[in-house]
Design a protein around this ligand. Structure first.
Ligand code: F6R
Length: 369
C-alpha cells in the first residue's frame, strides 16, 4: 500500500503529479470550455455572487490563501480567506450573494463544518472543495468540487494541498468563464499550463536528493524561517507548518515585506531562512523586492536557502543553496514551490527518527471544535 516507500508521507508526496492530474481530469468539454456540472449550483446564481469567503483550517487555509490571489485576479470578485474557527465568532457580514468556499481534505473538520453551517443559516451559498466523497461538509453544502487526490493517510497534508489549490484554480477560471470576465483563449492558456504542472512536479521529485541532503545536514537547526510574497507567502507558511508538525522545529512563515516591520530582529548569525522567490518574469518587480529581502537577511548573517525558477541565476550568489523549480505562470507557482519544502520537512523529520506519518499530538481529522 506504500508502493515501496518507507512512509505514507513519502508516497503521498510522490503521488502529487497524479493528484493534480486527476483533479484536472474530465473538467473540460471537447471545445476546451470548463464544465463543472457536479457543482450542483445554478449558473445564474453563481453569476450573481458579490463576494467569496474561503473558510478552512491549517494547510487547507493556505490553499485558500492561494485561491484568493488567483480568484480575485481572474474574476474581480472580492475574496476573503478566514480560519473557520475565527470566522464564526466575529459576526461576519454575509448574505445570499456571498459564496462560502470551504476547503477540507477530510470533509469532517468540525471547525470548518460549524462555520459552513453558520454561513448557511445566514443565507449564504456554500461550496465545498473536498477530497472525501460523501463526507459531512460536502453533504451539507449547496455545491461541491471534489479534489481527486485519493485517500491521504499521513497526518500531514501534502497531495491534498496541491489538489485543493488545483481545484481552486478551476473554480476561479470557471467563474471567470461564466461571468465573461476572461477571453476563452486566456482561460485555455492557463488550463494548458495547469496540465503541464504534473510533469514539472515529477521533475522536482526526480531531483529530490539535493533537498534531502540539505535536510540531513540541517537536522539540528533550532529554528527555521520561511519568507514569501504574493502566492509565495502561503507557500512559506505551509513550509513552516510542515516543519513544525513533522520535525518539531520552531518554524515561522512570514510575508517577506513584513520583515522590516519586526521579524528581521530574529535574524542572527547562521539563522536558516528559506525564501520563495517569485518568477523574474512576474509583474510588479516582486522578484527584485524579494532579492533585496534576501540581501537584508544575509547582511545580518542568515543562511538563505532559496526556491527559485529555473534559469533565475540572480539569486545564486546570495543563496547558500538554491532549489530550482520549473517555470510556470506566476499564479500557478505554489503547485511547484511547495514540493521542495514538503520533501525537506519529511526528510529532516526522518533523519531525526520521528514518525512522519503520525506526528505527536496530531490527528488526521479534527472532529472536535
Ligand atoms: C497540516 C494538516 C492540517 C489540516 C487541517 C484541516 O498538515 O494536515 O493543518 O490541513 O487540520 O484538515 P481538513 O483539510 O481535513 O479540513
Amino acid at each position: 500500500e506504500k508502493d515501496g516507500y518507507d512512509t505514507f508521507m513519502e508516497k503521498e508526496i510522490n503521488d502529487q503529479p497524479k493528484a493534480v492530474e486527476d483533479t484536472l481530469l474530465g473538467r473540460t468539454d471537447a471545445s476546451g470550455r470548463l464544465i463543472l456540472d457536479e457543482l450542483r449550483i445554478d449558473a445564474e446564481e453563481l453569476k450573481g455572487i458579490a463576494k467569496i469567503i474561503v473558510l478552512a483550517c491549517g494547510t487547507a487555509a493556505y490553499a485558500g490563501m492561494v485561491a484568493k490571489y488567483a480568484i480575485e485576479h481572474w474574476t474581480r470578485i472580492p475574496v476573503e480567506v478566514e480560519l473557520a474557527h475565527e470566522f464564526r465568532y466575529r459576526d461576519p457580514i454575509i448574505d445570499e450573494n456571498t459564496l462560502i468556499v470551504s476547503v477540507s481534505q477530510s470533509g469532517e473538520t468540525m471547525d470548518t463544518l460549524m462555520a459552513v453551517r453558520y454561513a448557511k443559516e445566514q443565507g449564504a451559498r456554500t461550496l465545498a472543495i473536498c477530497n472525501t466523497n460523501g463526507s459531512t461538509i460536502p453533504r451539507e453544502s449547496d455545491a461541491v468540487l471534489y479534489t481527486h487526490a485519493g485517500p491521504e493517510i499521513a497526518v500531514a497534508s501534502t497531495k491534498a494541498f496541491l489538489a485543493q489549490i488545483t481545484a481552486a484554480y478551476l473554480l476561479g477560471l470557471y467563474l471567470a468563464q461564466l461571468r465573461g470576465q476572461m477571453f476563452t483563449g486566456e482561460i485555455q492558456d492557463i488550463l494548458a499550463d495547469l496540465h503541464k504542472i504534473p510533469g514539472k512536479i515529477q521533475q522536482i521529485l526526480d531531483n529530490a536528493d539535493q533537498i534531502k541532503d540539505l535536510a540531513r545536514a540541517m537536522a539540528d537547526s533550532p529554528s527555521v524561517l520561511f519568507l514569501g510574497r504574493h502566492v509565495g507567502y502561503p507557500v512559506a507558511m505551509e513550509g513552516a507548518l510542515k516543519l513544525k508538525e513533522l520535525a518539531y522545529i520552531h518554524a515561522e512563515g512570514f510575508a517577506a515585506g513584513e520583515l522590516k516591520h519586526g521579524p528581521i530582529a530574529l535574524i542572527e548569525d547562521g539563522q536558516p531562512v528559506f525564501v520563495v522567490v517569485p518568477s523574474p518574469r512576474g509583474r510588479d518587480s516582486l522578484h527584485g523586492k524579494v532579492v533585496s529581502n534576501i540581501q537584508e537577511v544575509r547582511a545580518r548573517g542568515a543562511n538563505a536557502i532559496t526556491v527559485a525558477e529555473e534559469g533565475d541565476d540572480s539569486v545564486t550568489e546570495f543563496s547558500s543553496t538554491v532549489f530550482f523549480v520549473p517555470e510556470t505562470q506566476p499564479l500557478l507557482m505554489p503547485l511547484l514551490a511547495t514540493v521542495p519544502l514538503q520533501i525537506f520537512a519529511c526528510a529532516l523529520a526522518s533523519e531525526k527518527g520521528y514518525d512522519v506519518d503520525q506526528p505527536r499530538n496530531l490527528a488526521k481529522s479534527v472532529t472536535v471544535e
